[in-house]
Design a protein around this ligand. Sequence first.
Ligand code: CA
Length: 246
Amino acid sequence: MATGGDSVPNVHSNTDSSNKTLLKSQALYKYVLDTTVLPNEPECMRELRLVTDKHERWYMASPPDEAQLLRMLIKLTGAKNTIEVGVFTGYSLLATALALPDDGKVVAIDTSRGFYEVGRPFIEKAGVEHKVDFREGPGLERVDELLADERNLGRFDFAFVDADKPNYVRYLEQLLRLVRVGGIIVYDNTLWQGTVALPPDAPLSDHDRRISAAIRDLNIRIAADERVEVCQLTIADGVTICRRLV
Ligand code: CA
């Protein structure tokens, strides 16, 4: 009989901020952070990360190795107009704003302006606030508003989705109209602490069981979706890159 439900802690809040990786060796993860990631983390990002670590929902922030990946992807693709759905305190948003050219813009959407306000002073201090267009509200609704303006269709080069996981599949349909052919959509948490590969009777909280099912649904769909070329990375909590083909 399956155990779990409410008696099992959620997989993400059950750890600490030094453990936000699927790597099974803590020593190896620490090596990666200490050698390559943290020495190259901009000071403003470091400050925001440390403040976010003290937030009661610290586990919602992207880890620094993932932020480094986002910065690299934005620069590699030459992205100028981007969308971020799910901002939290803005650690990945700050990474994005730093990576964009001076005339670049990121439409940043979150249900809570309060979360964004935690990061805004750091974004200001970094001198990149002019690149951030923050919009408060439910992700699907705010993205629908973008879709309502025809000029936005195909206007975006890059999107990062780290919002309500049960709507991940719906965001794909929306973003495939907003992101240009050749542009990329990056999804976060696409391996959900490895739960996607657990047997059906594994003990999981109700929350994790629901989210894990939504993530598995997304993964199976995008793997078979001929409109995108997909690449699954095992960095952080699983990051999936979708490149729009048609
Ligand atoms: Ca995330």
